[in-house]
Structure formats: structure tokens, C-alpha cells
Design a protein around this ligand. Structure first.
Ligand SMILES: [Zn+2]
Length: 83
């Protein structure tokens, strides 16, 4: 299954050979989820209707990731590098 990034103006997709990006699910916490949605310019997602949405790793600082976290999901105290 090809995943695409939910962020506005980001066209990263999974399955591209040269692509090194990872994709992350939105947080389960509704407040955090809404924060992600507004940060990526997707205010249409603020009701947390994001079950199938993913955000790619380009929108995170490397320091967001903890080496122990499964699937390299950004930690709760993520920092955004969204441009
Ligand atoms: Zn992206």
C-alpha cells in the first residue's frame, strides 16, 4: 500500500526507491492530533479524522525520535521543522 504524506504541499510517498522518508500516524491524543493537523496546514483534519493519514519524517527534527520507540514514532515532545 502506498502511503502519502498528509501535509499540504508535500508530495512524499512511500515505496519510492530513493526515498528515505518514514511515515507516522497521528497521535491518539485528540489535542496533539489537532496540533499536528494545524501545523501541517490541514485544518480540515482537526476533528481527528486521521485514521488513514500519515505525516512523513521530513516534518520532524531528528531529535524527535527516540531510538527505542517502535517504528521511530516521534516522541510526545516532538519539535517541528515544518517549512
Ligand atoms: Zn511530508
Amino acid at each position: 500500500m502506498v502511503m502519502t504524506c498528509a501535509a499540504s504541499f508535500c508530495y512524499n510517498k512511500s515505496g519510492q526507491k530513493q526515498s528515505k522518508v518514514s511515515f507516522f500516524r497521528f497521535p491518539k491524543n485528540v489535542d496533539e492530533c489537532n496540533q499536528w493537523a494545524s501545523l501541517i496546514g490541514r485544518n480540515d483534519l482537526v476533528n481527528c479524522d486521521v485514521q488513514f493519514q500519515r505525516v512523513c519524517s521530513e516534518h520532524f527534527e531528528a531529535t524527535c525520535f527516540t531510538s527505542s520507540s517502535v517504528g521511530r514514532q516521534p516522541s510526545a515532545s516532538y519539535q517541528w521543522c515544518y517549512v
